[in-house]
Write a protein that binds this ligand. Structure first.
Ligand SMILES: C[C@H](O)[C@H](O)[C@H]1CNC2=NC(N)=NC(=O)C2=N1
Length: 95
């Protein structure tokens, strides 16, 4: 069973993800992405989907035209875990 991150681990991890915001409910991290158009946004989502499926860790997200809102939380842990941090870092690398 994956565990929620301790306060210390969370502060450390977030220091490396400056574009991400802590969300309280559900306990997780979120980021808004803006692209030139829908094709660019959806292309990015496709690349994230492949990484997410490989990691068996999936974002909660919403897309409107060129905008993508992504929330990472771990359902199995009931909040923010290392899996979310790892996926956020992989997502950043796809930009
Ligand atoms: C059975 C399967 O491994 C689990 O349901 C995985 C799938 N993807 C997941 N994604 C997220 N964000 N949190 C999870 O706890 C989770 N669990």
């Amino acid at each position: 069973m994956i565990e929620k991150l301790s306060e210390e681990a969370r502060a450390l991890a977030l220091a490396n993800l400056p574009e991400w915001t802590v969300v309280a409910e559900p306990d997780g991290i979120s980021r808004r992405f803006t692209f030139p158009d829908f094709v660019a946004a959806f292309g990015f989502m496709t690349r994230v989907a492949i990484v997410a499926e490989k990691a068996d860790h999936h974002p909660e997200w919403s897309n409107v035209y060129n905008r993508l809102d992504m929330l990472l939380t771990t359902h199995d842990a009931g909040g923010l875990s290392q899996r979310d941090i790892d996926l956020a870092q992989e997502v950043e690398a796809l930009l």
